[in-house]
Design a protein around this ligand. Sequence first.
Ligand code: CA
Length: 231
Amino acid sequence: MGASILVVEDEEPIQLLLKYNLEAEGYRVRATAQGEDVAYLIGEERPDLIVLDWMLPGISGIEVCRLVRTRPESRDIPIVMLTARSEENERVRGLATGADDYLVKPFSVPELLARIKTILRRINPEAVADKLVAGDLVLDRKTRRTSRGPRDVNLSPTEFRLLEQLMQNPGRVYSRGQLLDTVWGRDAFVDERTVDVHVGRLRKSLARGKEADPIRTVRATGYAFDERFGK
Ligand code: CA
């Protein structure tokens, strides 16, 4: 499960183009045409990055940018602005308002993807790394394989995503609800007990015999990847 990206773009073809290409890269994408929705969407789930169009029908991209930067809970979220050619002389203002980067429309999709990856790598290398490694445990995003020392660990696709999510942020405690949203998706009809079942199976595959269990159960809260595992 890659990083989560919020796309704020009112032109439908561009919004779809962004969503399609970002999802193909493995990001989780939410999109809106309204700057007014941004505060709510950030509250719902903090995105790792925002792609923000300058010209929006309601409050402008620049105002959205300002809003995101003034709130403590969203201050650090990187923003990539999209501007039209005619607004190019406004770029400096955009960067001064706190955007991390900008692209001029019509932009090249590979260029945008490259810039996004650069920014994400800077803030959280684990979110875009090809391999997640902790001690003798290796999760390979490219080949979708997991191994522990010399042996392959066979995981179902769900267990793989679950481990990926936990390993991506060692030590961070996820509630069952958060794991349902990020691993199963917001629309899945499964209850929180399902998380326990899959964590149980994942543990069984990861830790055999006397091997240490890399997953920590946090009572009354949820689960975390043990940040001391392998150290
Ligand atoms: Ca626009």
